[in-house]
Design a protein around this ligand. Structure first.
Ligand code: FRU
Length: 436
């Protein structure tokens, strides 16, 4: 825990709130922020696929939907015989469903005609029987070479039919919703960095105001010669932001760009898959980021980072002082990535995917130097164990984990944590006269 309270945030560069170099300099693994080692699942539920970024079908108010008794999720996927490092080039969105939150079934590729050369992460809305899918169209339609341009797209027209099992079907219509304006959000041509982002749309209804928002990952334009970061151009290249657009009417296909919620100029280039958990009247903003996207002079981890504010567009303060919420253990620093938090039974659960679990090199780039068979063997490509967190004020703590792919059903109580079991055993022992 730490002594910062919501309200003491630092200003950003183009956003009201910022993640500063001083705050990020405090990133360090602690017992409260380090996940246990994850082992391979006993059975791979989807051996035919590499599965990574995943999101749930949710109601407007953020509740995980249960459609006629089915939990539904969407993931970026690629065939499992592909070299894992190549998967982003062919990513396609598939749907999975489960009647018990443990055993999942492949409902197939969602689109035959999506925009972009491949589709990257997003979110999904279940609105009174209508399914909307928000995703990133990556690459230029029709181009022969792979390109890295990114647009935010909404697909409408989805419905679920459970008369005979589970069937998500269209016909889908793909609407280009947002592209960067070059002012608040950097265009690819303005980027000075090696990685460029305008992606990962995430639908959010503000419980306080009822307003409808779309969060996304972006970069804040920092013009050459700017005095940001004391004029240090090598730091200015690292300009990640959490973007936001508002729907004036609540229509999930009508969005207007607004100023970013938070930016990290000089700190980090990629604030990935931003999303919010509301709890105790506070807004917990979470992002995933990588060790290699921190600016010069800073070191972080592949981890879930978070911030808290009293309002959606408030003065975000990094959780636990530095922003670090959940990282991988030092001996398996790349075991998981792409964390997505959601409230359940008084805790915050975090789903993530099982990444390079058997690799302790300095950076993920080194993976590409291993023989292909080793790259395949060390890659999980499935959902990782779900983490359990407690979240209170500006502090968080990892208190345990559930199984791979385990996403409890609505109303399901969580089992006691290992710590609770130990405490109970000790208390029982003491009562029986064995306690010492
Ligand atoms: C995070 C991420 C997302 C992107 C996807 C592409 O894992 O970088 O931001 O949508 O992977 O595969």
């Amino acid at each position: 825990m730490n002594d910062q309270s919501p309200g003491d945030g630092a200003p950003g560069f183009r956003a009201r709130a910022g993640w500063t170099r001083e705050q990020a300099a405090g990133i360090e693994r602690t017992a409260a922020t380090t996940a246990p080692v994850f082992y391979q699942p006993e059975t791979d539920q989807m051996p035919h696929l590499h599965i990574w970024d995943t999101w749930f079908l949710r109601e407007r108010d953020g509740t995980l939907a249960e459609v006629d008794g089915y939990r539904v999720c969407f993931s970026l996927t690629a065939p499992s015989d592909l070299l894992p490092g190549k998967r982003h080039d062919v990513a396609a969105i598939r749907v999975f469903y489960s009647a018990d939150g443990r055993e999942w079934h492949d409902g197939g590729a969602v689109f035959a005609d999506a925009l972009g050369q491949r589709q990257w992460a997003g979110s999904a809305l279940y609105d009174d029987g209508d399914v909307y899918l928000f995703y990133t169209a990556a690459g230029t339609d029709g181009a022969e070479e792979l390109t890295y341009t990114q647009r935010i797209v909404g697909a409408s027209g989805g419905t679920v039919d459970t008369d005979d099992g589970f069937d998500l079907r269209g016909p889908w219509t793909h609407h280009e919703l947002l592209s960067p304006d070059g002012e608040r959000y950097e265009r690819e041509a303005q980027s000075r960095a090696m990685i460029y982002t305008f992606r990962d749309p995430w639908f959010f209804e503000d419980p306080e105001t009822g307003e409808t928002w779309l969060l996304f990952e972006a970069n804040s334009p920092v013009p050459e010669g700017s005095d940001a970061c004391g004029g240090d151009a090598s730091q200015q290249e690292f300009n990640g932001s959490v973007g936001i657009a508002r729907s004036p009417t609540g229509d999930p296909l009508d969005w207007q760009l607004e100023e970013p919620l938070l930016d990290a100029v000089g700190v980090n280039q990629e604030l990935e898959r931003p999303h919010i958990v509301s709890q105790d009247g506070l807004y917990y903003l979470f992002v995933s980021s990588h060790l290699h996207t921190f600016g010069p002079g800073l070191s972080g981890y592949d981890a879930l980072y978070g911030f808290v504010a009293e309002e959606l567009r408030g003065d975000y303060v990094p959780l636990n002082g530095s922003g670090l919420v959940a990282t991988n253990p030092a001996n398996a620093p790349f075991q998981a990535y792409s964390w997505m938090a959601f409230p359940h039974d008084g805790e915050v659960l975090v789903q993530n995917f099982f990444n390079y679990f058997d690799f302790a090199g300095d950076t993920l780039d080194e993976i590409a130097h291993l023989p292909e068979s080793e790259q395949m063997r060390r890659f999980g490509g499935t959902l990782a164990p779900t983490l359990r967190l407690t979240v209170s004020g500006a502090g968080t703590e990892i208190i345990g984990k559930l199984g791979h792919w385990e996403i409890p059903m609505a109303g399901e109580s969580l089992p006691p944590t290992e710590r609770e079991l130990l405490a109970r055993a000790q208390a029982d022992g003491e009562r029986g006269g064995y306690g010492r």
